[in-house]
Design a protein around this ligand. Structure first.
Ligand code: NCD
Length: 343
């Protein structure tokens, strides 16, 4: 494959922030997937590594989370580092006394002798701001309505494991394109790394993908509709998202919330229309848009997304903090994986 990583190639994440999917190369993703596969094997063996022994990693969240928070916490611990989890930064840290993000980040860096900080924050540019002030890498675990880059990596890893490729896919994104950050990061990553991928953004008009995001995509590669039934038969991936109610007040949209909330639903009837090997994904949490009746359907890939999130976050933490895992006494090298079935 042109542009594929050579065996033994250097780790492109080492010592760097990870705050956006923009600019992430295919080689970088291949490196990470290789390591994530290794992490999966290690977890299947219930092994705990020492590769990050001596490292402290604050995990600071200013917004709610179940999966992202717990998987970063577990990833840190399974690699032998000390996790410093603060789940409710907004109420229980000095942020409630008016401390700004640069001061909080610089303080945590010093009080904990941290090696990296995992940050979730409601401001779109929060990770960039933190990275400007911190001397250690910042990992974006969700920034406002803009980006969720580690979710995009685990989503892409799930697609690759299920479908054997990240090319020539038709991905239908369903739900809230306006406020949802997972959609924006995954669409950007698929457009940037994959070949000949196409997208349909399925949403109510009020929740359409913002113009500035559309402007970053090739207009020939995507379309928009309010009617999922018109395209569901053709989709390889149906990526469902919830209506992001927490942003409605700030945008003066509270009156529309109830009407928009349950407009698009994916349940047994919709899944029955999908191609045999197509998959249903959802970053979760879900509301009424994803019906419980399809949880055990082989097309449902959302339970795997969570486990893949653990492996990807383990791989990313390792990649940022350990230049070459082959040099570590655990000798955790693994033959490079390629992201196409044919290779
Ligand atoms: C997503 C998020 O926080 O953006 N959740 C997650 O990290 N799995 C999606 C959402 O909240 O709807």
């Amino acid at each position: 494959m042109p542009g594929s990583a050579k065996e033994g190639s250097i780790n492109p994440f080492h010592g760097k922030d990870f705050i956006t999917v923009k600019g992430v190369q295919r080689e970088a993703v291949e490196y990470l997937f290789t390591r994530a596969k290794m992490m999966e094997m290690i977890r299947n063996a219930k092994a705990v590594l020492e590769v990050l022994q001596g490292h402290a990693i604050p995990i600071i969240f200013y917004q709610p989370s179940t999966r992202t928070f717990s998987s970063f916490f577990a990833a840190t611990r399974f690699l032998g580092a000390v996790a410093l989890p603060i789940h409710d930064m907004a109420s229980y840290s000095s942020a409630s006394k008016g401390e700004n993000l640069p001061d909080s980040v610089r303080s945590l860096e010093r009080t904990t002798d941290a090696s990296a900080i995992v940050l979730r924050h409601p401001d779109n540019n929060s990770s960039e701001v933190a990275a400007q002030y911190a001397e250690i890498p910042i990992i974006n675990a969700g920034s406002g309505t803009a980006e969720h880059p580690t979710q995009a990596l685990l989503d892409l890893f799930t697609i690759w494991k299920r479908l054997g490729t990240i090319d020539n896919l038709h991905v239908a994104f369903v739900g809230d394109m306006k406020f949802g950050r997972t959609v924006k990061s995954l669409a950007a990553l698929l457009a940037q790394l994959g070949k000949s991928n196409t997208f349909t953004f399925v949403s109510a008009e009020e929740l359409a993908l913002p113009e500035d995001y559309k402007a970053t995509l090739d207009p020939n590669t995507f379309s928009e509709t309010e009617d999922l039934s018109t395209i569901i038969r053709d989709a390889d991936v149906v990526y469902v998202t919830r209506t992001q109610a927490e942003w409605f007040r700030q945008h003066g949209m509270m009156e529309q919330l109830e009407q928009l909330r349950a407009k698009l639903k994916v349940g047994k009837e919709e899944v029955a229309l999908m191609k045999g090997d197509a998959i249903v994904m959802h970053p979760l949490p879900r509301q009424e848009e994803l019906r419980y009746g399809i949880d055990t359907d082989p097309k449902a890939a959302y339970w795997e997304q969570m486990a893949n999130g653990l492996y990807i976050r383990m791989a990313l933490l390792e990649a940022i903090l350990v230049e070459n895992p082959e040099d570590h006494p655990d000798k955790l090298g693994l033959k490079q994986q390629h992201i196409n079935r044919s290779e």
